[in-house]
Design a protein around this ligand. Structure first.
Ligand SMILES: [Zn+2]
Length: 293
């Protein structure tokens, strides 16, 4: 486990915790004395060592997943305040154990007190979708949005429990309105001028929603829709095994299609999780796009 550090600008550094077993890297962004996310538990020690001698006033969590919050316990144990959405606070108070295959990759989480994101140098923005409790942090000084897993997968074909494409659509629209200069992402580094990418992602999700609704109306069940759209369950890169098999059913295309067949959760649900205003948008889209059920 090691860290790769990119010095960006004006006291902003990207600390990538590398997880070779997952062929993945997860960001902790150091922004003028605050840290956004903490990587997984397996790299907590390395991150702690990197932080030694640096000013650190607060840790801000984007959402509760273990690759973002697993390192938080170690970093916060000396009394550092941790901030996050209400949903993140609820999930981190007594975090359940993640399945063994995920723990092997990133490690487990430890219980943590998470405070509401008020009085911070970065502005919290509700970004539910990838996870109901996800929030981003907007830096008015740089125009960067610390966007967590808002744009995790291009042309997403699998989902894990709790992923909500309707909330994703709303969140992307909200970010397009905010018009950040760059997205400081959790797995993809810094994405400058993200408008095109966000519009492309929005377009993909909206088209997929319409296609799934049409296939459903023509009488196909979820598995048949998965075959029609993606040629079956997605395989791990370079492997014969599908995500669904490798994750014991946790990640699957089946789940992704099913998520589109659920009606959008009311904005109040996302609002409750993030404790931030979440204007409802997808209701309008649904009426335009037809009944998705
Ligand atoms: Zn995540």
């Amino acid at each position: 486990m090691d860290l790769v550090v990119n010095d960006h600008r004006d006291g902003i550094e990207l600390v990538f915790s590398r997880f070779p077993a997952a062929r993945d890297q997860v960001a902790a962004w150091y922004v003028r004395g605050v840290l956004v996310d903490a990587g997984g538990a397996h790299t907590a020690r390395a991150l702690e060592a990197w932080l030694e001698g640096r000013r650190l006033d607060a840790l801000l969590l984007g959402h509760h997943h273990e690759d973002h919050s697993g390192g938080a316990g170690a970093i916060a144990r000396h009394g550092l305040p941790v901030f996050g959405s209400r949903g993140t606070a609820a999930r981190m108070r007594r975090p359940g154990r993640v399945p063994e295959y995920r723990a092997r990759l990133w490690g487990q989480r430890t219980p943590l007190r998470v405070r509401p994101p008020v009085g911070l140098p970065l502005e919290p923005v509700a970004l539910p979708g990838h996870s109901p409790d996800q929030i981003g942090y907007f830096d008015r000084e740089s125009g960067w949005l610390y966007s967590g897993d808002l744009v995790l997968r291009r042309h997403q074909q699998i989902a894990m429990p709790d992923e909500d494409p309707w909330a994703m659509i709303d969140s992307i629209r909200r970010v397009l309105k905010l018009a950040p200069v760059a997205l400081a992402t959790s797995h993809r580094g810094l994405l400058a001028e993200p408008g095109t990418l966000l519009r492309e992602q929005l377009d993909y999700l909206e088209h997929l929603a319409v296609e799934i609704a049409q296939l459903r109306r023509s009488g196909l069940n979820v598995d048949a829709i998965v075959r029609a759209l993606f040629g079956g369950e997605q395989r791990l890169p370079g492997m014969r095994m599908t995500w669904r098999e490798a994750s014991g059913g946790e990640f699957s295309s089946r789940r992704w299609v099913s998520a589109f067949l659920k009606p959008p959760a009311p904005a109040t649900k996302a609002q409750k999780d993030s404790n931030l205003p979440v204007p409802e948008v997808s209701g309008l889209f649904l009426r335009r796009g037809g009944d998705a059920r």
